[in-house]
Ligand binder design. Structure first.
Ligand SMILES: NC(=O)c1ccc[n+]([C@@H]2O[C@H](COP(=O)([O-])OP(=O)(O)OC[C@H]3O[C@@H](n4cnc5c(N)ncnc54)[C@H](OP(=O)(O)O)[C@@H]3O)[C@@H](O)[C@H]2O)c1
Length: 259
């Protein structure tokens, strides 16, 4: 394991990728504070880690509730004196059918993926800045975005654009926090979690959460700017996206379901 003896806060850790990251990081000897809305699931995760070298501490936090930011920061500060890494993993996915745009749907998705990510940075930054900039490097922000933002995908008007916004926000923060914090943007492809259970379309190169978590941890340990996986899916989206007429006139339309 490449990350040890750190204080880490993970949002969206009650299931899927977030909870797997928490387990692997606790097993490696880190103190991991886990947040989400479902406190029961977070407490169960904490109990599962009792024999780990590190520990998992539950802390309920709904990332859409801006007014809770100061309280959550105080609670975090009561658990860890400083943060070395925050992993912003809370996410929501809803698809749009037949191009019927729905403002409430956009708002629900943006509330978690965009404003929730901003809230999480607001909570974490003062605690990250308490971590010493050591020889090993600066404290780290890790944003879990998505390969869905690489190019336009059918039905993903809300989800894909929220992840594109996330990528822009964190790429820009990387510049503005250059001297203080390192930023890694992670773009996973399909991972078998609660989120993808709703998908009734082919999900090529699907990965399981333990493998996804291992790749994220490896990328964070190397302080990579961006972590894209699986490579085959990234290439399948990225290369055609460089020739928009190939993607939007020929390949992309093949993914649109018959209505
Ligand atoms: N699975 C994939 O294929 C895939 C691909 C690319 C990117 N991602 C991204 O990876 C991240 C994790 O997703 P996952 O696949 O592991 O899905 P998941 O199992 O559904 O996990 C989503 C997590 O977000 C939390 N969450 C949702 N709304 C929240 C809120 N308002 N406040 C705080 N926490 C909230 C959920 O906990 P509560 O319900 O308890 O609040 C849960 O812990 C997401 O950002 C997702 O967009 C996933």
């Amino acid at each position: 394991m490449l990350i040890e003896n750190k204080n880490i806060w993970i949002t969206g850790a009650s299931s899927g990728i977030g909870s797997e990251l928490a387990m692997q990081l606790a097993e490696a000897g880190n103190t991991v504070v886990v947040s989400a809305r479902n406190l029961d699931k977070l407490s169960a995760l904490s109990e599962k880690a009792t024999s780990a070298a590190g520990r998992i501490v539950p802390l309920a936090y709904d990332v859409t509730q801006d007014h809770e930011n100061n309280t959550v920061r105080s609670s975090l500060a009561g658990i860890v004196s400083k943060l070395d890494i925050v992993i912003i993993c809370a996410g929501r996915c809803e698809y749009i059918d037949n191009a019927e745009l729905d403002t409430d749907l956009f708002r629900r998705v943006y509330d978690v993926n965009v404003f929730g990510a901003v809230n999480s940075v607001i909570v974490a930054l003062p605690l990250l800045e308490k971590a010493e900039v050591s020889q090993q490097g600066k404290p780290q922000i890790v944003a879990i975005a998505s390969l869905s933002a690489v190019t336009g995908l059918p039905r993903a008007e809300a989800y894909g654009s929220s992840k594109a916004a996330m990528i822009y926000i964190f790429n820009t923060l990387r510049l503005d926090l250059k001297k203080r914090v390192d930023v890694t943007v992670v773009n996973p492809g399909f991972v078998a979690t609660e989120m993808t259970k709703q998908n009734d379309f082919p999900m090529p190169f699907m990965m399981h959460p333990p493998e996804a978590a291992r790749r994220i941890i490896k990328g964070v340990a190397k302080r990579k700017l961006t972590v894209n996986f699986p490579l085959r899916l990234w290439l399948s989206l990225k290369l055609p996206s460089l020739i928009p007429s190939l993607w939007y006139r020929w390949l992309g339309p093949k993914l649109v379901r018959a209505s």
